[in-house]
Write a protein that binds this ligand. Structure first.
Ligand code: FMN
Length: 367
């Protein structure tokens, strides 16, 4: 299985399986001299960690990260700092239960990647999804924490990449209630306290039926300066779309107004400009989502994505087995009823990785 790396100057290679001994990543290209500890990474991993509420998988993983290389305690700088060499990050799997998967070992879950992995590779890690499992996304979150450090180091503490769940099935937030502080107060990462209460009832119903539901996640990156992105084949929006689409279960990505631009007139879509302060223009709106011509405008960068409902469900579905026999399948075990919840920190991490990569690429070409 090739293609386990992404990024150019900030390059991440991930490794490991859901039911193997450990997962991890190598982060190559981090500049030297940046303070980095395990605690800096753990904060983000703790937000994605499974088993934190009844609304996510009950797999209990501490997701404790170890930095194996690329940093050292520099007494002169009075901090543990990056050395500019590859940063290896490792997370042990401590609660993998293969028994959950024994009934579906030879059957394909409709909507999952079981069939395509089998058809392509002729080998399927039936212990628990292997590389197709979203367990791998923990390593992206770890890499994203390093990316955030780079962005803050290069620009300022104003850089802030935050995600939120804005829709679950047919239930949506009221954008007028958007409060970033609320995101940490509910198990859904949603910025609307009233919607959180609705999501709870809605998802309880879905969960009790043994079903699952899709969701929409929005990630907003504040404090990113004008100029990131390399037209034509390294456009910032193209790279964001590719990175987000690489997350498990993502079926659509939008930048700014996304699909809704189809209904706008030129006047409505135009992000009008005024003189602003300190040489930077003021935009009167942000339909473009902070990117024009593949280059950041200095406005918030807005990425939105839809995830499909979890395909491992208790309701029996028609399928075939590896010998082509028609059969039925239902999936027991520990699964997320709405993968959109834990996809929030994953989306933030992928946006951070793309922006860190582009920040380094911008510096390389423009000085
Ligand atoms: C954070 C996260 C958690 C997920 N948890 C589950 C899960 O518990 N069970 C499951 O069947 N799929 C889960 N998925 C989705 C599958 O990993 C994904 O659907 C599968 O790998 C097939 O890939 P595709 O959906 O991108 O085509 C999760 C996805 C994400 C992003």
């Amino acid at each position: 299985m090739s293609h386990n790396s992404f990024g150019h100057l900030f390059r991440v290679t991930t490794f490991g399986e859901s039911h193997g001994p450990a997962i991890g990543c190598i982060v190559d290209g981090c500049p030297p001299g940046i303070a980095l500890t395990e605690a800096d990474i753990q904060i983000d991993l703790d937000r994605r960690r499974p088993g934190q509420s009844k609304y996510t998988t009950q797999r209990q993983e501490a997701d404790a990260v170890r930095i194996l290389s690329g940093v050292f305690q520099d007494e002169r700088m009075k901090a543990q700092v990056t050395t500019g060499t590859p940063i290896a990050l490792m997370i042990e799997n401590t609660d993998a239960k293969s028994k959950d998967y024994s009934d579906i070992r030879d059957k394909f879950r409709p909507g999952h990647a079981d069939y395509t992995y089998w058809a392509k590779y002729g080998v399927r890690d039936y212990r628990g999804g292997g590389r197709q499992s979203a367990r791998e996304t923990a390593t992206r979150v770890a890499a994203g924490a390093v990316a955030r450090k780079i962005l803050t180091h290069l620009y300022s503490k104003e850089v802030n990449i935050r995600g939120a769940l804005t829709q679950m099935g047919t239930e949506t937030i009221d954008r007028k209630n958007w409060d970033w502080d609320e995101v940490a107060n509910n198990p859904f990462f949603t910025p609307d306290a009233k919607a959180a209460a609705r999501f709870a009832t809605y998802l309880d119903g879905i969960r009790k039926k043994g079903s699952s539901i899709g969701a929409v996640v929005e990630v907003i990156a504040d404090g990113i300066p004008v100029g990131l992105g390399a037209p034509l084949y390294g456009k910032l929006d193209a790279d964001l779309a590719s990175a987000i689409m690489s997350i498990n279960a993502v079926k659509a990505v939008e930048i700014g107004d996304g699909m809704a631009v189809a209904t706008l007139t030129g006047e409505e879509n135009a992000d009008e400009m005024r003189k602003g302060h300190k040489g930077a223009p003021e935009f009167l709106s942000n339909h473009a989502g902070g990117i024009l011509g593949g280059i950041s405008t200095g406005q918030p960068i807005v990425t939105r994505f839809a995830v499909k409902p979890t395909s491992s469900i208790l309701t029996p579905r028609k399928t075939i087995d590896i010998d082509g026999n028609e059969t039925e399948i239902f999936t027991k075990g520990r699964h997320d009823p709405c993968v959109g919840i834990r996809a929030v920190p994953v989306g933030e991490a992928m946006v951070a990785c793309v922006l860190a990569d582009h920040a380094l690429r911008h510096r390389a070409q423009m000085g």
